[in-house]
Design a protein around this ligand. Structure first.
Ligand SMILES: [Zn+2]
Length: 345
């Protein structure tokens, strides 16, 4: 730091120019290396389920910074010429991440050419002119303060929903119409804080989703005459989780003591050499692996991914491995695929 204090004004500015140039070159180099790490899926070997978690968890990039570098790497994979443009400051990570979703082999080179030396806003305008810019809408699930909050489920969509039971506000946003539906509180809940806490949920959906909601409303009219989205969504997600949530399945299984009842059947399935993995074994493995990807890197980094889990035979079934608790483990999709590629090529 003292060295900086000693610099004369001119030297300070010159030194800063050099540092910025080096920073840009280093960033371009980071992007190129990231692209190759992605191609070789090295993040999987290191114990991460995605390039994104590798960047955020291992290198402590902010989510935004990681996202922009990964987007930059994707552009570089398709159009390696962007590396020089990055180094020379003709494009930056922000502008590249804006155009990445719209690039294909047909328009790629010309689109990159169109954004040279342009700011974020100018690139957004370019995309808008090309009708490529998507409306910027983020999904929102926001806990409202416990006091002074209205029970509020807001559905914002580009569709013409049935407005009979809702207060609807139709506003014009550019060419698109957005519809907002708000519901007043039922006023019956007298429950603990978590139960009474109000949550605002907001998202944009396509026409298909709007139709599903409308249909569900009709079907459940007898149960929920008011047709409140809150009731419909609760019902829909309860049904979904009853069917798909492994934790609920385990709970149900132990409650009904299915474990013991299923055991003989499973043993015979295993003995018969079937690839089928009995539910009871799946539950045991899920419980033992705590519902997480069990992959651990040679350095001891455990993946721990809780989504997209698959059952893996440690000694591969195709090579004679059996469906036993000891030979089974949970892996996330990334690690299951990665492992299969390494085993079978
Ligand atoms: Zn994993």
């Amino acid at each position: 730091m003292n060295e900086i204090l000693k610099l004369k004004d001119k030297e300070l500015l010159e030194k800063f120019c050099v540092l910025v140039r080096e920073e840009k070159e280093a960033t371009a180099s980071v992007v190129a290396h990231l692209a190759e790490i992605d191609r070789r899926k090295l993040y999987a070997a290191e114990g991460y389920s995605s390039l994104f978690s590798y960047c955020v968890e291992k290198f402590h990039y902010s989510e935004g910074a990681a996202y922009r570098r990964i987007q930059g790497a994707k552009v570089y994979q398709k159009f390696p010429e962007v590396l020089e443009l990055l180094k020379k400051d003709k494009v930056n990570l922000m502008t590249l991440s804006l155009i990445e979703p719209h690039l294909d082999q047909k328009n790629g080179s010309s689109l990159i050419h169109k954004i040279l030396d342009k700011s974020k806003r100018e690139v957004e305008e370019v995309l808008s002119e090309l009708s490529l810019k998507k409306e910027k809408v983020q999904d929102v699930i926001r806990r409202l303060p416990v006091k002074n909050s209205a029970q509020n489920f807001t559905f914002t969509g580009e569709s013409d929903l049935n407005k009979k039971d809702a207060t609807a506000e139709v506003s014009q946003k550019g060419k698109k119409t957005s519809l907002e539906m708000s519901f007043s509180p039922s006023g019956t809940a007298v429950n603990p804080v978590q139960e009474t806490r109000k949550v605002k949920i907001e998202f944009v959906a396509d026409e298909k989703v709007a139709k599903l909601i409308e249909r569900a409303k009709e079907v459940l009219r007898h149960k929920y005459p008011q047709g409140k989205l809150e009731d419909l969504v609760r019902e829909a997600f309860e049904l979904l989780l009853d069917k798909k949530d492994p934790e609920r399945k385990i709970k149900r299984a132990s409650e009904k003591e299915i474990l013991r009842a299923e055991r003989p059947q499973n043993d015979s399935a295993v003995r018969n050499g079937s690839r089928y993995i009995p539910q009871v074994l799946q539950r045991e493995v899920y419980k033992r692996d705590e519902g997480q990807c069990s992959y651990t890197s040679p350095e001891g980094k455990k993946c721990g991914e809780k989504n997209f889990l698959e059952m893996d035979h440690i000694h591969p079934w195709g090579l004679g491995g059996s469906s036993t608790t000891e030979n089974l483990r949970l892996l996330c999709r990334t690690h299951n695929q990665w492992r299969a590629e390494r085993t079978f090529g």
